[in-house]
Design a protein around this ligand. Sequence first.
Ligand code: MIG
Length: 673
Amino acid sequence: MIRKYKFGRPFETGAVTAPMEAVQGKPPYGEIWCGDKVPACEEKRPAGAFSYRYVLHDEDIVYGLGEANRGINKRGYQYVSDCTDQPYHTEDKRSLYGAHNFIVISGRETFGLFFDYPSRMTFDIGYEQTERMTVSCERADLYLYVIEGDSAYDVVKQFRKIIGRSYIPPKFAFGFGQSRWGYRTKEDFRHVADGYRSNRIPLDMIYMDIDYMQDYKDFTVNEGEYPDFAAFVAEMKERGIRLIPIIDAGVKVEEGYPVYEEGVRGGYFCKREDGSEFTAVVWPGETHFPDFLNEKAARWFGDLYRGLTDQGIEGFWNDMNEPAIFYSQEGVRELQQVISSCQEMEHGMEDVRRIQEKAGSLANAGADYKRFYHAVNGQMIRHDQVHNLYGYHMTKAAAEAFGRIAPNRRLLLFSRASYIGMHRYGGIWTGDNHSWWSHLLLNLKMLPSLNMCGFLYVGADLGGFGADATRELLLRWLAFGVFTPLMRDHAALGTRDQEAYRFGDTEAFRGIIETRYRLLPYLYSEYLKAAYTDDMYCRPLAFVYPEDDFARGVEDQLIIGDEIMIAPVYTEHAKGRYVYLPEEMRFVKLKKDNYYIEETLEPGHHYVEVAVDEVPLFIRAGKCIPLVDAAQCVEEIDRQTMKWIGFEGASYERYDDDGVHADSRVRRTVDSM
Ligand code: MIG
């Protein structure tokens, strides 16, 4: 049962696709305060802020918030939905790149809340006061959806039904991909391809970061290096490897650059109040921001992807679309004013601090987001009021264009910034994490929350983006990454080389990445099921064993699909780990050369040993999964080699399709052990 409430004049975000009428009256749970503390003010337009309050009970767990920091249970902290280019995901951070305002309260009362509001919103979930949850924002212009259900899982499934089907990428995107900020030349890419192929480590994609472009100009390639880009794309494809270029949100200001000139001519860039194009500095230098919320501008920008698809490109990653801003001229001018007002240094350290503070807040400044506007249906809307929709609409623009450019073909597409609704158009990678053990665990905890909000094709930079990875960290992280739909190793400029063949003996890496391909028929099948039935691809244990009190608190194990549980090793030097089994399971360890060992374990707590070259998984009681022989890329997987592991007599319904066409019919086959 879902009810929709309307407050003030909400912006239509397109997050919810199901047609629904707003109802009158007060939501059944919690209390609402609008403006000058008048509860239940559905009808009149309130002057001020909005807040929703709910008293949490001891046993309540709060799920959701998608790409947010900290645990699967969001209780005990404060989170702010405000898409931010935040490259330090330390525990204290409240905002990351996504804004996913869906939560589920599960305990004495069980219900879900979706706050469809495109600007900054704060979720205090028992942080200021342990027993109080407050969701608040500056303007009382929003839709609130209240979802009642039998369980948290049931609430999630109902929510997923109203936000529309999740994006399904082409099948090759379930292979393994290598990325690094710094690959520039053809030789750089060939070297990576050689590194993988010569060590027989499977690989399907190499990602092109900003250095493939000419001066960081979108939809260009470095002309000196790639005189015949299409031929280079074809050369890689011959080897079973797709090149996946990055596209940044900002467009370089440069006379003679067609994208810039067309954009100005068409009026497609975001403007200041006085009608001039807003300029800020990002990678290309002075940059304009396409107005993705404007239909004509979105269509124009989306169609530009054709320049690359015409040369054989089949996938993209959209970056810097919060949008990230290094600084604006206005910001610099203000900094100069601060500096000159401190010229005499009358206040000593206080002046130094003022200068430091202003200089330190030049990037991604709230003030800059108030300096430009979107033209939506003839209305000028200040960016900060719809800030959280920018990356979503960039990705939507691309996906809709793909429908025109390559009708009925699935292209790979994922984004850094997002809002619920974007899950229909593309996936997400979770941005600039670090080569820290804690980020392996954070990666695991984010996944089910993202699934709750519709994002199924998701993954983190395996091995960590910032800082130097160690061999052991990368191996353990890859062993977990085997189960994430987007499986990509990516690293920042200036960090240690992090490709799987860079750490001496490559056999362990080969074994782990091979496992991804051996499990691919299962993982792909479970992904298709989740997408087509608006379900979760991976769930917290609490969703599968709601009656099991211990399982309700487990935050370092997940259920993948319906058949398996995973419990990755995420601590350094560990020989294995403790794991909780809510039921009898078959413990399986997969190793290189299509080898595996299995053992049945009773329900309860166990210590399991897992070597760094093994991928552990647990098959649930009475279930089985398909396993194929390893291959060098997805296209080479031989389904004739399929066998079954798990429990005697179990059967499995496998989904598959051609992996290429949008309207490809799903084939279902049932096999038993
Ligand atoms: O300011 O394109 O999150 O994956 O390698 C950094 C360079 C810009 C941020 C992305 C990261 C990418 C990097 N980008």
